[in-house]
Design a protein around this ligand. Structure first.
Ligand code: EMZ
Length: 385
């Protein structure tokens, strides 16, 4: 098997029952595996809520390390909409020309730097730095802040080998407190200041509400973006003809981005809490228990995708749910797509081939399922075009 392959761990369960079961810190999860069922449950926010105890809809649950509600992600309609419409225009800024130009400059610089090295460890030296620097654009904050964020490593709530790490989470929370207080004293053009000056339903947001938006911004797009970027590099290493194809047919770049994101599905699943006794795929779901919407499985659903386990760069119809589905679809998707678009364009323009020297897989433990999500480390050599 190719090193860049991410096998579908859910096929058997999806085909046989449509449901997978996992225990998570004694709060079990029934995983919904088929695309149609995932969509149906995502749509049904009254029965499957996001506004449960903070941290509980995340799998693994973050209730032990987080008391603050992430906003708008852990809020249900109708309040959800008030927050979402406030932050939405800000998170669409990646479509603006200035933003694109700045992001392109960042990505070209880091690719150029990689081309001068004998060997690169992609996760730390490339993806983490790229993600952190790009985040300064999303927050509209100083470029130097990226150095602090890089020092936190690839996940803000987890350290290597540990599921969840409360003391690590506290570093993020303290940092955000400080930044909010700074912005309150001296407002600027950054996201903190925008949130502090905004009103939701005629009221200023509280410190903890601003903090909730910021925690989501830092946590939601961290390991997900890092895995997407790293997995792209691994794929190109083993499919150099894809670099040529995108270079020769740049118009397919957008399609290739969607296909990578479908195949990688950087966020395996997201939970919901049932508000009443109900059923999914003829399985009973009791009130106050959890289900998860398994994007990674849905994106390999053989009833929807032809050759689901293959990357087809210019796949025609691609109704993937890697960014979620319905009211809560990913707020950071515009930024993530822009990163991937520019990354693919830059690599295909500048890089001829990539050699994998060494690698260590990152396998997510989902109880009865083990899923490769990317790499703990990936050593490569970039060759200039
Ligand atoms: C949460 C989640 C959001 C969670 C869209 O995903 O991402 C996870 O990586 C975080 O741990 O807190 O933000």
């Amino acid at each position: 098997m190719k090193k860049s392959a991410l096998p579908d761990s859910f096929e058997k369960a999806r085909v046989e029952t449509g449901i997978g079961n996992m225990d998570d810190q004694n709060d079990p999860v029934q995983m919904v595996l088929g695309l149609k069922d995932v969509r149906k449950c995502a749509h049904n926010w009254k029965t499957f809520q996001s506004g449960a105890e903070p941290g509980r809809i995340v799998v693994p649950s973050e209730v032990a390390i987080r008391k603050i509600r992430q906003i708008p992600f852990e809020v249900d309609p109708p309040e959800h909409k008030d927050y979402r419409s406030l932050v939405e225009p800000w998170f669409k800024r990646p479509l603006e020309d200035d933003y694109k130009a700045a992001l392109t400059a960042q990505i070209e610089a880091i690719v150029d730097e990689m081309l001068t090295k004998d060997e690169v460890e992609v996760v730390e030296d490339f993806s983490l730095r790229l993600q952190s620097r790009a985040l300064t654009l999303l927050l509209n904050t100083n470029y130097e802040e990226a150095l602090t964020w890089i020092s936190w490593g690839t996940h803000v709530f987890r350290s290597e080998g540990e599921a969840l790490d409360g003391s690590k989470a506290n570093i993020l929370y303290d940092y955000i407190d400080q930044q909010i207080n700074k912005a309150r004293k001296k407002p600027g053009a950054d996201l903190y200041s925008m949130l502090l000056s905004a009103e939701v339903n005629g009221k200023k947001m509280t410190h903890d509400e601003v903090k909730g938006v910021m925690i989501l911004t830092f946590a939601g797009g961290r390991d997900t973006v890092i895995n997407a970027v790293t997995n792209s590099i691994a794929y190109f290493a083993e499919h150099p003809e894809s670099l040529d194809k995108i270079n020769n047919e740049p118009e397919i770049t957008g399609k290739a981005v969607e296909e990578f994101i479908r195949y990688f599905s950087p966020l395996t699943h997201m939970g919901r809490v049932a508000t009443q006794d109900t059923q999914v795929c003829e399985h009973a779901v009791k009130a106050d228990t959890r289900i998860s919407l398994c994007w990674a499985s849905a994106n390999r659903d053989e009833r929807v995708f032809e050759n689901p386990n293959e990357i087809v760069l210019d796949r025609k119809t691609n109704p993937h749910v890697a960014f979620g589905f319905g009211t809560h679809n990913c707020l950071g998707a515009t930024h993530a797509r822009q990163i991937m678009n520019i990354l693919l364009a830059t690599l295909s323009k500048k890089v001829k081939s990539i050699e994998i020297v060494d690698h260590k897989d990152n396998i997510e433990d989902l109880d009865q399922f083990k899923r490769k999500v990317g790499f703990h480390s990936l050593n490569v050599k970039f060759n200039v075009r």
